[in-house]
Design a protein around this ligand. Sequence first.
Ligand code: ADE
Length: 260
Amino acid sequence: MRIDILTLFPNMMNMFFEESILKRAQKKGLVEVVFHDLHDYSLTRYGSVDDYPYGGAAGMVMAVEPLVNCIERLQKERPYDEVIYTAPDGEILSQPMANQLSLAENLMILCGHYKGVDERIREHFITKEISIGDYVLTGGELATAVICDAVIRLVPGVIGDEQSALEDSFQDGLVAPPEYTRPPEFRGWKVPDVLLSGNHAKIEQWRMEQALQRTKERRPEMYGKYMEAMVPDPRPNLMYGPPESLFRKMITKTKKTKQQ
Ligand code: ADE
């Protein structure tokens, strides 16, 4: 996967991609992240890329020409699955959206700034607008980092244990159950006996019950949706089964297509 990020602050962005999993993904050659400094596409001597809005409103707007120059140069080099714009009025980032984006070959992300971009960019170039929540950030760089983190960790091979990504909170429409590690007892606080029992069917049942209970308590709206979509689990001893994960199906499908 290649991600091209169009930003006014490439240095601010670099930091996120030079640590941990995002760095490893790039080192392994699974993901290539390329930053483009929008100042390089400025039409003025001073490198400015913004201008006053028509109609006299406060704030500055990212101008159409430098953005078009950058976007079209990149589009000549490769086709993009999505040209994303980060904005507080975009579609809220979700796990299904991250799953979908992780299957892309090429993504372009334009980090919004100032009051926003000239609307003609949104109309003619942007294919997807994403918000990371109902609050306003000073710019789209943090939002882009969040989107990239959620997407890159799902690219096959990026985290050692793919099963772990599939068991994340939200992946099956439930939050994750609690996790414990050694020691089995600390200050009298004990790890639940079932987890030490070695009985995998029982452990799986316990994890499912915990996930259901937590989702009901913490995310009632998500619990309601899950119960509506619930399908009986064919495995013995399990009262409930997650609907076959869409993402799992998508991954299998992509792998098959690639092998053909
Ligand atoms: N830019 C400013 N606020 C934002 C948000 N909440 N999500 C995405 N981009 C933004």
